[in-house]
Design a protein around this ligand. Structure first.
Ligand SMILES: Cc1ncc(COP(=O)(O)O)c(C=O)c1O
Length: 397
């Protein structure tokens, strides 16, 4: 007798959520590189007619991600931002989004520069305390948008508490689960309605694709997202769908190692004399460490920190001196990356708003990869020695 899903470990479930091809027995999901499907008569087909509407490789990924996130419907897009865009298209003119204040810069740009002109407004809130969210909801709020952990200051919001607030106010809760991945956290089980992913990050896992995913708890909502996917057309290609599926096969193993390495790096940084604050939910000193421990199975692979010399120049000295950590946007891949959000990922956010959300000038974000943790720490150690002393003017600024 086979084991039921509940008896299996998370890793086993994830690996075996990827099906063997029923047609041929291929252990690797086939890539259906086709634009259209031959029909026997108009409207008589084998489940597919045109590849924007549906493609078997993409459909497999969509089923797999729905299972991993414990939802009903998964929908795959050409980027994480296209996935976010599809969710916002559920709204109407006059609706309000209540979003976490240190939101991913690209989502901020989309909300502000694309959707505000269509009459959708956005309010921002520090969601680390659910009470703030409770007070910030207005009768116009139709969607609460959180990332947890956030990018790049690793703030943690209590998903279950915010889900209750959303439900009580008749609005949807969408969680950007990119940083945790479904290997660590399942927001839909905690009461969220929608999960989005930049699958470019941990799900793909190898810095070799751009992809986005949406998963809904309810089938009806999922059908609306599918309609938007087909109507707007920002689909994921068959080959990139296959790459994400392949990435998912090693997700549990990679995430385990990312978490272990990141914890060691964070603990090293916290004692360093040149480092001011360290942001990592796995540190007991993290303000919402207990919530992170309660709602996730681990703390992820991203560590951010600021310098005592809190200047852009000091951060630039550091990010141009590492050897193993490569200076690049993005995160979640096998190779360690680092970035300077003020000048890179968060450049589209005005400086006052960025700083108010805790993204200081010297903030550096590390995507801790799968190299040996000791080698990564040595790399950080030598790069910290490359930070030049602040000049007199900077000190007094
Ligand atoms: C938390 C988060 N959400 C969404 C996105 C957007 O994803 P993509 O770059 O795949 O469009 C990113 C990209 O960095 C991100 O970090």
């Amino acid at each position: 007798m086979g084991q039921n899903q509940k008896e299996m470990s998370n890793a086993t479930q994830i690996i075996h959520s990827i099906p063997v091809d029923p047609l041929t027995g291929a252990i690797s999901v086939p890539i259906y590189q086709t634009s259209t499907f031959v029909q026997e008569a108009p409207g008589v087909n084998r489940g597919y007619d045109y590849a924007r509407t549906g493609n078997p490789t993409r459909a497999t990924l969509e089923t797999v991600i729905a299972q991993l996130e414990k939802g009903s419907v998964g929908v795959a897009f050409g980027s994480g931002l296209a996935a976010i865009d599809a969710v916002i298209k559920l709204l109407e003119s006059g609706d309000e989004i209540l979003a976490v204040d240190d939101i991913y810069g690209g989502a901020f740009r989309l909300f502000t520069h694309i959707y505000q002109k269509f009459g959708i407004t956005v309010n921002y809130v520090d969601a680390t305390n659910a009470e703030n969210v409770f007070h910030a909801v207005t009768p116009k709020t139709k969607l609460i948008w959180i990332e947890t952990p956030t990018n790049p200051t690793l703030k943690i919001s209590d998903i279950a508490a915010i889900a209750k607030i959303a439900k009580a106010n008749g609005c949807l809760l969408c969680v950007d689960n990119t940083f945790a991945s479904p290997a660590l956290q399942n927001p839909l089980l905690l009461g969220a309605d929608i999960v989005v992913h930049s699958a470019t990050k941990y799900l793909g896992g190898h810095s070799d694709l751009i992809a986005g995913l949406v998963v809904t708890k309810e089938k009806e909502l999922g059908e609306k997202i599918k309609f938007i996917q087909n109507a707007s057309g920002a689909i994921l290609s068959p080959f990139d769908s296959w790459l994400v599926i392949r990435g998912i096969e090693t997700l549990p193993l990679r995430i385990k190692q990312h978490c272990e390495n990141a914890q060691k790096v964070a603990e090293y940084l916290i004692d360093h004399p040149k480092v001011d604050k360290v942001f990592y939910p796995g540190l007991k000193s993290h303000v919402n460490h207990d919530i992170a421990a309660k709602q996730a199975k681990g703390f992820g692979g991203i560590v951010s920190f600021t310098l005592k010399n809190d200047t852009e120049q000091a951060a630039i000295d550091f990010v141009t001196s590492t050897q193993l950590f490569k200076l690049a946007e993005s995160l979640g891949g096998v190779k360690s990356l680092l970035c300077h959000p003020a000048n890179m990922t968060h450049k589209s956010i005005p400086a006052e708003i960025r700083k108010a959300a805790g993204v200081q000038d010297s903030l550096i974000r590390l995507s801790v990869g799968l190299e040996e943790a000791d080698d990564l720490i040595k790399d950080i150690e030598q790069a910290l020695t490359c930070i030049k002393k602040p000049n007199f003017q900077n000190v007094n600024q």
